[in-house]
Ligand binder design. Structure first.
Ligand code: ZN
Length: 369
């Protein structure tokens, strides 16, 4: 029987090009103009709604070509329905497809950008492409500009979407989901609220240690993961997590962590975290941090290290119990939406993961969260 972890991703694809450095956002015009060179052509910006009140950042981009700006809702994690609606909206803008699409924001905005770029050149709806290597045609040229660091969405070959109809939280894992170009400008993460900076930054740390503790490995991915962990630890063990040096390090950690995950799988944390997001709507990165309360037996060293950093930075990690009423039906849903992630769970615990994570055990673990 073929190992379910063997998806054939042997020929790893990373982002084609990247620009790194403070102030590098202003390079956007130089990148877009050569591609959008016909006056009838245009590009589209998908911008995190966080920047609605900070529009000068967009006005300073000096774009001479035709362009549209679409604000992306980030109060909720993206659903397949949301992406389908946005795709329809984009198709109504013009008879031509955009020449370039640019995503500027956190993981949600970047993932929405990737999903739309795939859907513009592929028939059907978002749910048709949730899985591995289902996207048929190359997507529209896309540029990613992260304004939050940690999830690694700027580097990964996926864009995570929740399908509310079947409770599946799964991305379009495809080489076509990878950005053609990214801009890493540490100035852009200066204004992130402190707790969010921590939650998001920790995503790089968490998925990297999950990868390194898993059975499905790639030596290049391992090297990326080690750097991501090392940098995240340097940032969150320091006195000033927002220093210029630390913002640069966190951007690199995020990029490295995202590049690592392209060649491997996460472990136990992400499936539990996905359960919290699907059932209770907690955002991905805060869900990961909450899940860490139940992870001592799976990742003892990282468990201690994580909670030391939380304490040092005096970060508030919300509790499920106390925040939400958790009913029996919720526990059933939590179990279902956790255990569905068979690839990461196999990576962490082996093909017999269902014997370890039976409903009673999963319930006990969620009780700790
Ligand atoms: Zn993650």
């Amino acid at each position: 029987m073929k190992n379910i972890l063997d998806t054939g991703i042997k020929n790893a694809k990373n982002v084609n090009r990247y620009i790194f450095g403070s102030g590098s956002l202003k390079e956007i015009a130089n990148l877009v103009h050569p591609i959008v060179d016909d006056p009838n052509d245009y590009c589209i910006f998908f911008v995190d709604e966080f920047f609605r009140e900070n529009e000068e950042i967009l006005q300073n981009l000096n774009l001479k070509c035709k362009h549209h700006i679409i604000f992306v809702t980030t109060t909720q994690e993206p659903t397949t329905t949301y992406v389908d609606a946005l795709n329809k909206k984009v198709k109504k803008l013009d008879t031509r497809l955009p020449k370039v699409i640019i995503g500027m924001g956190g993981g949600i905005t970047l993932d929405v950008t990737k999903a739309i770029s795939n859907l513009l050149t592929n028939p059907g709806s978002a749910a048709d492409y949730q899985g591995w290597d289902l996207v048929l045609n190359p997507s529209v040229f896309k540029i990613g500009i992260p304004t939050l660091s940690g999830t690694g969405a700027e580097a990964t070959r996926t864009c995570v979407l929740t399908n509310k109809e079947n409770g599946l939280k799964l991305g379009m894992n495809s080489d076509y989901s990878v950005f053609d170009q990214i801009i890493l400008d540490p100035e852009l993460i200066k204004t992130v609220p402190r707790d969010q900076y921590f939650y998001t930054g920790m995503d790089a740390y968490i998925h990297s240690f999950e990868a390194l503790n898993g059975s499905y490995r790639n030596p290049v991915g391992d090297a990326f993961s080690r750097i991501a962990i090392d940098y995240a630890k340097q940032v969150f063990n320091s006195e000033d997590i927002f220093s210029q040096d630390n913002r640069s390090k966190l951007m690199v950690a995020s990029y490295m962590g995202g590049s690592a995950i392209a060649t491997t799988y996460v472990g136990v944390v992400h499936p539990f975290s996905a359960g919290l997001s699907v059932v209770f709507g907690f955002h991905h990165c805060v869900s990961n941090c909450m899940t860490m309360r139940a992870m001592e037996e799976f990742y003892p060293a990282e468990y201690s290290e994580f909670w030391r950093m939380v304490k040092k930075q005096n970060i508030d990690i919300p509790k499920l119990h106390g925040n939400k009423e958790v009913t029996e039906s919720h526990y059933d849903q939590l179990f279902a939406s956790t255990i569905i992630h068979e690839k990461p769970l196999t990576n962490a615990l082996g093909s017999g993961f269902r014997e370890i994570l039976n409903p009673k055990k999963v319930r006990e673990l969620f009780m700790k969260i």
